[in-house]
Design a protein around this ligand. Sequence first.
Ligand code: FAS
Ligand code: PHB
Length: 391
Amino acid sequence: MTRRTQVAVVGAGPAGLLLAEVLQRQGVESIVVERRDRAYVEARIRAGVLETGTVEMMRRAGAAERLEREGLTHDGIEIAIDGHRRRVDFRGLVGASVTVYGQTEMTKDLGNRRAASGAETLYEALDVSLHDLETKRPRLQFVRDGREDEIEADFIAGCDGFHGACRPSIPAERLGVYERVYPFAWLGIMADCPPPADELIYARHQRGFALCSMRSRSRARHYLQAAPDEDLDQWSADRIWSEIAIRIGDPQGRLLKTAPLIEKSLTPMRSFVCETMRHGRLFLAGDAAHIVPPTGAKGLNLAASDVHYLSQAIVAFYRSGSQAELDAYPARALARVWKAQRFSWWMTTMLHNAGPGEAFQDKIHRAELDYVLGSPAAQTSLAENYVGLPY
Ligand code: FAS
Ligand code: PHB
């Protein structure tokens, strides 16, 4: 049986669900097709800091009620160099703040919104393949409950992340790809204990980078710079906690509360952009098109700004028949993507040890951080990028 819809969305992560619900509320119907089950998608622990624009997109999706109630407003961050902490005051410098709210919660809220709107989300849809992308009737084929299924649509939104099926459906010779892989990774933990400070602490230390973040005032989310092939079995909870304490300048552990680990993971670090964000009637959004090192807290937020541009273009098409905004989508989205890539690369190289043989680089990056922490002008630049550049 072939289902028919206006927009077929591949992926029920933040980008896919946000796009589907923003479109739904503007009268454009969609079907979302997701490889995993809903519980798996909503349990994936990832991002935690939302730009103002992302909060606004959740409002446009009709899914911001809990976020506005439970999200924590942060007016700044702290940056530590070898244990000496200084605050960067976003509110004072640029009159804006960020909201701390877990991606898991955002995806749950969007999933509940989607279920309430009665629109279709097909979970556990396997072997998704894309067809007829350069025609006016592109199609998705997939297997669900052991049966082959098909959706015909006006447009396909590729929101299936870095390892999805959509980007590879674009002919290789059409792909414009830029990539940098970093010589380190993040060892991430989650624990039910208060974070060491009211705001996030980004720390540069000769032993490596550390970040103390949170999901609430009683749930901490911390990261340590580690090798890309780090053996997590060599990292006991005690070793992790003591290393975080040293790197943030709390060697006696007076500030850092500890608790049993809920999660321990290793995330590789890369910068990746596929500039081919459109191929025929296929449009890529979110991690399907770009990956940033998480130091600048931009990954999830770029998915939201892609959705802003793509939803505007699709709605304009249905309202006026004009293709102009669809044609302009890649350039509009990429203008913001590359600025966020630059900021994420800058925060990453400035705060992480470059590794053996890079002593000169490390001196330059420490000097840059020293300069930033002593210059209101440099801190203003950091602040306006961190809180999110305008759409
Ligand atoms: P997602 O990858 O979230 O979602 C894609 C969806 O598509 C998934 O549900 C997947 O199951 C589905 N899918 C994939 N292939 C499919 C197929 N063939 N058919 C159907 N469905 C398919 N960002 C930050 O800002 N801060 C962070 O700290 C941070 N930490 C991260 C940690 C990890 C381990 C990872 C991988 C990413 C992290 N990110 C972070 C970035 C992350 O938050 C992404 O930016 C965000 O998930 C982007 O959302 P989507 O584009 O929806 O992609
Ligand atoms: C997080 O809370 O997961 C987080 C916060 C800030 C970052 C990266 C990750 O830069």
